[in-house]
Design a protein around this ligand. Structure first.
Ligand code: CTP
Ligand code: MG
Length: 216
């Protein structure tokens, strides 16, 4: 049973702004992406970690694979295709923009794969939801609605199949959704607030505060 973690770090970080893509920003003395790389590599059940960067960022991170694509989906697909036929049984697919990965979440995900081909960490929604277009048009129930995090875990063959069959024209923001839509059941496990993605400057400030507190 070979378990590989893929970290996608080939985005441009446009919403956070700044000169450098967010995965390379210094967080507590090392590039942001190194935090999740260390957490995943340190887990006893994970055999190998592959970091995917854009082709022009090859020299930024030691041992990174410069095979990032134009979209997140393409970056993941390129990594999966590179791993195909190499005996990998299980993959964890993770956003570099989520630096703090609790080991307990990894265990929950991998345990869930005994029952289903996919597993995703989720948290309940606490804000009120509504649909609208300049004015509210209708309320949206929070019943059975969750927010999805990464890492997401899959039996390798299932997620490769999902990516190969996914329509080229259709966008996808995560792999669990692609697996589900292509017929591979995805188990929900409890996520963690510290897994939340760094998307805007305030998210980065929160991560910096967490690091500073941990170092005290
Ligand atoms: N990602 C990637 N390849 C892409 C786009 C995104 O590997 N072509 C990665 C990002 O590096 C990030 C993760 O997917 O770790 C989640 O994406 P997101 O938070 O949207 O990051 P960015 O696309 O970099 O940010 P933005 O959308 O604000 O430009
Ligand atoms: Mg993006």
């Amino acid at each position: 049973d070979t378990i590989v973690a893929i970290i996608v770090a080939a985005g441009k970080g446009e919403r956070i702004g700044g000169a450098d893509p967010k995965q390379f920003i210094d967080l507590g003395g090392c590039p942001l992406v190194e935090h999740s790389r260390m957490a995943l590599a340190a887990h006893s059940r994970i055999d190998r970690v592959v970091v995917v960067v854009a082709p022009d960022q090859a020299d930024r991170i030691p041992d990174a694979r410069p095979i990032g694509g134009a979209t997140r989906r393409e970056s993941v697909r390129n990594a999966l295709e590179e791993l195909a036929d190499s005996g990998v049984s299980t993959v964890l697919i993770h956003d570099a923009a989520r630096p703090f990965v609790p080991p307990a979440v990894i265990d929950r995900l991998l345990d869930a794969l005994d029952a289903q081909p996919g597993a995703v960490p989720v948290l309940p929604i606490t804000d009120t939801l509504a649909r609208g277009d300049s004015v509210l048009t209708e309320g949206v129930s929070r019943d059975h609605v969750f927010r999805l995090q990464t890492p997401q875990a899959f039996r390798f063959d299932a997620i490769l199949d999902a990516h190969r069959r996914w329509p080229a024209t259709e966008d996808a923001t995560d792999d669990a959704g692609m697996a589900q839509r292509t017929g591979h059941d995805v188990m929900m496990v409890e996520g963690s607030p510290i897994l939340d993605k760094i998307t805007y400057p305030a998210d980065l400030a929160l991560a910096e505060a967490r690091i500073a507190q941990a170092m005290e």
